[in-house]
Design a protein around this ligand. Structure first.
Ligand code: FES
Length: 176
């Protein structure tokens, strides 16, 4: 579950300086942006680095194998260009996947699919995967499904990170 990939995505040079063509494409025309009104699970995460936020909405159903899968997914971002692009990409990668498969999507997968992010923006991609993991966590909780230990661990870290971001916002500090 959620293996750390050792290989880093090679950033392809583009006319947009530090951003790849793929990042700019998803930033300008994000896929699946918005809300799902009757979502089965909704999660919001905040970045402890910059205070930006990303929401993920999931519509979940069962497939022919009686496994829960992501029938629909949308995101909203209150963040930078990289946050919008990674939010868009996570919806592409997760849509149609079973929840177990979706939990295997890493930020390296997201960054790789975008052709890489500048080093200073890598933290932005965490929002997309954390929001997805958290939405799945909340769904499992709601359904009374046993939470895998790795997901419980991630949930604790996300909660801590979100709290830090909120504290920073309330204190009015400048960051990013
Ligand atoms: S998400 Fe905050 S700087 Fe990118």
């Amino acid at each position: 579950m959620m293996p750390e990939e050792k290989t880093k995505a090679k950033i392809k040079k583009s006319r947009y300086g530090p951003y790849t063509e793929e990042v700019i494409k998803h930033f300008r025309n994000p896929n699946n942006m918005g809300e799902i009104e009757d979502a089965d699970s909704v999660a919001k995460v905040g970045s402890p680095i910059c205070g930006d936020e990303l929401w993920v909405y999931l519509k979940i159903d069962k497939n022919e194998n009686n496994e829960f899968y992501i029938k629909d997914i949308k995101f909203q971002s209150f963040g930078c260009a990289a946050a919008v692009a990674t939010g868009s990409m996570i919806t592409e990668l997760a849509k149609g996947k079973t929840l177990k498969e979706a939990l295997k999507i890493t930020r390296h997968n997201v960054n790789g699919a975008l052709g890489g992010l500048p080093k200073i923006k890598v933290h932005c991609s965490l929002l997309s995967t954390d929001a997805l993991y958290e939405a799945i966590y909340k769904f499992y909780k709601k359904q009374g499904i046993e939470i895998p230990p790795e997901l419980e661990e991630i949930h604790k870290k996300i909660e801590k990170g979100t709290a830090i971001a909120r504290i920073k916002q309330e204190s009015g500090e400048d960051y990013c």
